[in-house]
Each structure stands twice: as C-alpha cells, then as structure tokens.
Design a protein around this ligand. Structure first.
Ligand code: FAD
Length: 465
C-alpha cells in the first residue's frame, strides 16, 4: 500500500509510541498527538503504576522494532512470587520450572521514553504533546484537538486515525456517542480499587526486601504487592475493596486506622515503610475495570488499539504486553498486503479480538488466585507439582501461567483453553487422591495430559470451543 499515507495516532503512551515507531519504520507518515506533557521533560508518573511486569509477548514486540537489548537494560528479573504471611514468614514460588523463564519489572516512564526517542529518530514521525483529542469525526476521518498551551482548538485530518488513547479513549467515546453504527461497549468495574505506595531504598541504593521477586501479601479479600525499581526502591500497590470488609478504602480515613490496618495485616511490610502515611495520604485511589467493545474499527477510517480497545485488570501483568502484542499482530496483517485499510482493520480485528477477550477473562481469574488461592494448601501443592513437571519435562509440560506468559507464539485464547483445562484436571485429581506428589512424575504427566484432553473434548461438545 502507498507508504505516503498519513496516519494520525491519538495517545503517545506505551502502545501509541510503539505503533508510531513501527509504522515509521515501515515508511508511513505518522503524526502523534498526546494530551500530557512530554514525560521525558516533566515527571508525571506519581501514583500511576510506576513499574510494570514485562514478559515474553512484550519482548517479542521489542524484537520486532530492534530494541530488545536496550530494553533489557531497563529490566529487573523477577523469578517468582515471594509470598508473605501475616507473621512475616516468606516463601518463593517460582513462575516456572524452566530456569530461563521469568518476568521483569520495568519502569513505565523509562520504557515510554525509550519508545518516544526511537520513534522520533524517524523523519516521517512527528509527536505533539499537550494536545488533547476531544472527539473524532470517524466518517470524515478528522479529529478535534484542544491545545493546552495556546488554549485554542484545531481540527486535523488524515488518511486513517488510530486511537491508542487508553482506557478512557476519545475515539471509543465518539463511536459510542455518534450512534452511527452498531457499537457494543461494556465497562465492568471491580469492587476493589488500588493505591500506590512505596518501599524506599536503604542507604546506598540497596533493596530492603529481596530484589528479584514480585512480592505478594495475600489476605483473602485484599492484597498488597511490590515490584522492584532500578534505584533500590519498590513500588507497592494495595488492592482493597472500596466499601466492603472490616477495612476498606472508604473507612481508612485516619492515620490511626491506616497504621492499625498495616500493623495487623502487613507488619513486615510496614516495618520497611516509614513513609507509609505520606504515600497513603498523597496518592490517589483509582478504580480497576475491564473494557470490551466491538467493532474496533469504522470502515477503513479509524481503529482502536491497546487499552482503548481492551482495557483489562492488572492481575496477569499482561495489559501492556497485550497492547504491545497488538502492534505485532497489526504488523503481520500489514505484511499480508490486503490493499486497503478496511480489509486490514477487519482482518486484524477478526484475528485479535478473541485473544484480548481471553486475556481479559484470565486477568479476572488471577485476581482471585493472587489475593486468595496462592496461600491455599491445595493450590500450593498444584504449583509444586507443576514446577516439578516443568523442570523434568521442559518440552512436554507448561502450566497455565507459563502458557500465557512465556509462550508468546501461542495465542491468548489457546493458552486460556488449555491452561484452564489443565488446572481443572490437576486440582480434581489432587483432591480426589488420583495423583500424589510422591508418585512417579512420568506417571503423573500421563494422567494430567489424558485428563486435560478429556476436559477439552467435553468442553468442545458443550460448545465452549
Ligand atoms: P496508556 O498507557 O493508558 O496510554 C494512553 C495514552 O494516551 C496516555 O499517554 C494518555 O495521556 C494519552 N491520552 C489519553 N486520552 C487522550 C486524549 N483524549 N488525547 C490525547 N492523548 C490522550 N500491564 C502489564 O503488562 N503489566 C503490568 O504489570 C501492569 N500493571 C498495571 C498496574 C496497574 C495499577 C494498572 C492500572 C495497569 C497495569 N498494566 C499492566 C496495564 C498497562 O498499564 C496498560 O495495559 C498499558 O498502559 C496500555 O497502554 P496504552 O498505550 O494502550 O494505554
């Protein structure tokens, strides 16, 4: 297709800046409009998922644009979950039995800045900051912007407009409010919100708790997690109900109550958080939700990508990875030379939507797994067994977590179907006493594979393919 085409991208976050870079590499004329100031010049990260879990699907996208090595320098490997009980005892549960499989903690700002720098190296890519998209006329392929510096408004046109403007997308809002075609949209909030806190480094940039793990304090209906940063600090996130339970965001309204809650539930974390009250009082409490919609595109004029098309809750650590994978999948469709944008958008959505729906559902499952099941004895037994199977049979067995996180060439939907069937098989057999941790592992593997296959067949018959 004609590379002189003008592509307008709304939003220079993680997805928009990667997309701009890739389309720039492919020779398109790309203009990006971002509502916030340039994050390379102004610190705008406070309270907003400062670091993220970054894994194979995201790494695959970095390989596509030639940035794998540069991104590695921003990563801190996390080999497993370090679980903290109320008494402060800890145990490490690895993410995989294969040593080369681990996830990484990465700075949102650092990664975004790198992608912006690389995109701007292309003469055919221009990025404008402080320009907020107010609405999109998707029939005319024009977008209305407000310039926060001059306070004026202006309209831009393009051959295509791609909205990568996150969970509150202006393009998606224009589809919805425009009522020009059948647009389905759902937004489901969790009853839990989140607040970011921190564990500061010891003197000399040293880490106060074990560096190479994702720390979890699971407490049934709420939890605390912590991910390491390169400067020796940890970004800590409290996930808690807004209004249910003895302690919730609505009733943690005095310093005394906040301290009482942490002393009771997270005493070992509190010991490392002398700055707790300052963080708690200064950082916002934010909502968590899942956005699904369809279609993602209007004819060959406009397309939604990243969180704008499919925002998910953060419990699988896959939102950014999925948004990066969007760019990889879109790139594949461009390679197919379909000849016009409508065919490209349609083919992309047809192949991609089932996968982003799957990771949205998996992320909700993991909310319950992380806050509750990880400390449950049968779940611990299952994890132990899976680690042993992955170690002994690295090419024959992969847990659901591994299928989703480390098998970047398997799509999310396949990973979900197989992973769920496997989980069901193992949990059933463990609780029925059909398998035991002391059995021969080869025997266990055979039983798990057979039972998984039977569950998959049954689900097919039930129409759940
Ligand atoms: P965003 O990153 O939201 O970027 C959208 C951009 O568009 C922003 O720069 C915004 O300023 C701009 N914008 C918005 N509206 C307009 C407008 N009207 N005009 C112009 N510009 C606009 N994912 C992971 O993979 N791993 C994790 O561990 C993880 N942890 C998370 C923890 C939390 C608490 C949360 C909330 C999310 C987490 N995620 C994680 C998900 C991840 O943050 C998102 O999936 C990812 O940021 C999506 O990228 P995006 O570019 O689509 O959207």
């Amino acid at each position: 297709m004609d590379k002189q085409q003008n592509i307008l991208i709304i939003g220079a976050g993680l997805c928009g800046s990667l997309l701009a870079l890739r389309l720039g590499q492919r020779g398109y004329n790309v203009t990006v409009y971002e509502k916030r100031p340039d994050l390379r010049k102004v610190d705008i990260s406070a309270g907003r998922s400062i670091n993220l879990a970054f894994s194979n699907r995201g790494i695959k996208a970095m390989k596509l644009v030639g940035l794998e090595e540069q991104v590695k320098a921003l990563c801190i490997p996390m080999n497993g979950r370090m679980i903290h009980d109320v008494k402060g005892n800890t145990f490490l549960s690895n993410y995989s039995g294969r040593e080369h499989e681990y996830i990484n903690s990465i700075s949102r700002g650092g990664l975004n800045a790198l992608l912006l720098d690389e995109a701007e190296k292309h003469d055919n890519v221009t990025i404008h900051f402080n320009k907020k998209c107010k609405s999109v006329n998707f029939e005319k392929t024009t977008a209305l912007f407000k310039d926060y510096e001059s306070k004026s408004e202006f309209v831009e046109d393009a051959d295509v407009i791609i909205g990568t403007d996150g969970a509150g997308s202006s393009l998606r809002k224009s589809y919805y409010l425009g009522k020009k075609f059948l647009f389905s949209f759902s937004q489901d909030y969790l009853s839990h919100g989140y607040k970011e806190l921190s564990i500061l480094p010891k003197r000399g940039d040293d880490y106060r708790i074990f560096k190479n793990a994702l720390h979890i304090w699971p407490r049934g209906s709420f939890m605390l997690i912590a991910l390491p940063n390169l400067d020796g600090s940890f970004t800590v996130t409290l996930f808690l109900s807004y209004d249910e339970g003895e302690y919730n965001f609505n009733n943690l309204n005095t310093d005394k109550k906040v301290l009482e809650f942490f002393k009771k539930e997270f005493p070992d974390a509190l010991a490392q958080m002398p700055n707790l009250l300052e963080d708690f009082n200064n950082n916002p409490t934010s909502a968590l939700g899942t956005v699904k919609c369809s279609p993602w595109h209007y004819k060959g004029n406009t397309l939604l990508m990243g969180d704008a098309a499919h925002a998910i809750v953060p419990f699988y650590g896959q939102g950014m990875n999925a948004s990066f994978e969007d760019v990889v999948e879109f790139d594949k469709v461009l390679d197919a030379n379909l000849g016009n944008w409508e065919a490209i958008f349609k083919a992309y959505e047809n192949s991609r939507k089932k996968d982003t729906d799957a990771i949205a559902d998996l992320a909700i499952d993991n909310f319950y797994e992380m806050r509750d099941h990880v400390a449950n004895p049968i779940f611990k037994e299952k994890r132990k067994l899976e680690m042993a199977l992955e170690k002994q049979f690295p090419n024959e067995y992969a847990s659901k977590y591994s299928l989703v996180t480390f098998n970047e060439d398997l799509d999310y939907r396949e990973a979900m179907l197989k992973g769920r069937a496997q989980d069901k098989a193992i949990l059933n057999m463990l609780s029925d006493g059909d398998i035991d941790l002391n059995d021969d592992l080869k025997l266990i593997l055979g039983k798990v594979q057979k039972e998984t296959q039977e569950i998959l067949e049954k689900d097919k018959i039930a129409g759940l393919k």
